[in-house]
Design a protein around this ligand. Sequence first.
Ligand SMILES: [Zn+2]
Length: 477
Amino acid sequence: MGGQGGRDLEAVERQLGRTPSVPFTVVARCPDGHPLVIRNRPIDAEGRPFPTLFWLTCPDAVREVARLESGGWIARWNERVSSDEALAAELAGAHEEYARERARWMPEAIAFGGVGGTRTGVKCLHAHYANHLAGGRDPIGAWVAERVEPIHEAGPATGAGSPVAVVDLGTNSIRLLVASVRADGGLTELARDMVITRIGKDVDRTGRIAPGALARTVEVLGRYCRRARALHAPAVRVAATSAVREATNREELERAVLELAGAELEVISGEREAELSFLGATRGLAGALDARGRPLEARPPFLVVDVGGGSTELAVGAERPEAAVSTRMGSVRMTERFVAHDPPTAAELEEARREIGAILSEVEGTIPAGSARTLVAVAGTATTLRAIDLGLPSYDPEAIHRTWLVRERAERVLAELAAMTNAERAAIPVMPPGRGDVIVCGALILVEVLRRFGFERALVSETDILDGLAFEALEAR
Ligand SMILES: [Zn+2]
């Protein structure tokens, strides 16, 4: 799950004409990048229910939908629903799915009702349209889209061609990026999202994807594919890494991907994964400026480390990845192998550390990792550690992207996390649901990489394999 950056907060304040009363995440954007739909936390600061999960914020979109409402369309839809059983069933499905989606962030919030807090019928076309754009299966929202789109004329600044959509199906998380290419070759994000479904649960031990993990993942994939289509991406590229690579039973997943995305599942090798992470993390990095406009001092060659759930990839290079390696160590895999206590015992962590050390010795013999001048760390372990290090009250990718995580600080955060229980870690405000139990092993891997290759700090990047996949998809067409 992304988060609200300072710029997004300002933009939404301008759009709404007031400060939003709950923290939010932008789930869809208009062609020039301003927020279109936000996802709200299900309760406000006083603990009162906030049932509108998806909120349409773009004023132009709001105005167009209001025009339909003042044209009497709410009453007309309710008449249709009362006389059309199939439509009524579809609408009931939309309400139910909406409540389930809200419960993903807070289980008790399933009781707050369906679309926009409604239990039956149609109350607000804005809420249905927002749900459609967020990837909900919503007949009313889809109808609104046909009536009001395009909201904005696509100007030359937004670049030519339709957006690309890519999904990274990792061991721990499933992530989406929908982006269009700007005139300068950079990407404009239309959607970036992450949900932890842990498709790789027990794959290290059983070699098989568990039915529950598959169902959780396919549900999110369906939502992502519908959102990509609602944002006018003609195709969705789905790439799977470590857990799916190793699973012997991926036919069911392959069928689901073909049906939902309309494309074959791409199972990518560890080396390709390392190269794509490198591409996504380092594009435009040499000579980049920090948030205050000063040079970042990120000098090539770069070592990009991508700590995943099932594997960790490392790639070295200046402009392009010149050497890359994939290892069988990851936050989920190491936790399942070494950690049996909550919190983990010192002996368990020492065992894990020894295993990581042995694997890094192999890495040393495979790629010239020590020759890099800048270590770049991507993916959820690194970004979450940096968010904790910064003491952020809520996850904010803008505050994290291309900032330095100093080794001593990483070591301190690791020690603090290792002393906590799973429940205590899960309660950290920036911890995404589903990461708290595996972040200790993830942090251990990152700290050992810093130590082994002699880096005092790592540049943390929010752009990673997803961006690499998107650049590649854009170049291919
Ligand atoms: Zn807009």
